[in-house]
Design a protein around this ligand. Sequence first.
Ligand SMILES: [Zn+2]
Length: 77
Amino acid sequence: MNDTQTTETQVELLAELNGAKCRCGKKKQTGNTFCSRCYHALPFGLQGQLYLRFGQGYEAVYARCAKKLDAKGSGRA
Ligand SMILES: [Zn+2]
């Protein structure tokens, strides 16, 4: 389970993290996972976990965040 290889998902997540566009289509700060609107729509517990590093739980946290945002309907462009 603790595979150190970079997966396709990780590559995509890294590209998104380093990009200037949030998954919702809005502009975001490079290095931030989400735009401020998406970020603030997340439960506090998840917000804090976004500071986890790659390979140390970040991917799983991102997946949970994406699910939450989709459920809220704010994931639409
Ligand atoms: Zn957003």
